[in-house]
Design a protein. Structure first.
Length: 44
């Protein structure tokens, strides 16, 4: 997964051609969240 940013132990990553809606992944340790870009809501 291409990394966009890394700070305070969090890794922000995006796939180029992933499923809709547009989103990014946030990983912190063994946890992961998927955040929608339009409204910054937690999708998963």
């Amino acid at each position: 997964m291409p990394e966009i940013s890394r700070f305070l132990g969090m890794i922000i990553a995006m796939y180029y051609d992933n499923h809709a809606p547009p989103h990014f992944h946030v990983r912190y340790g063994d946890r992961e969240a998927v955040i929608g870009i339009a409204d910054l809501a937690c999708i998963r």
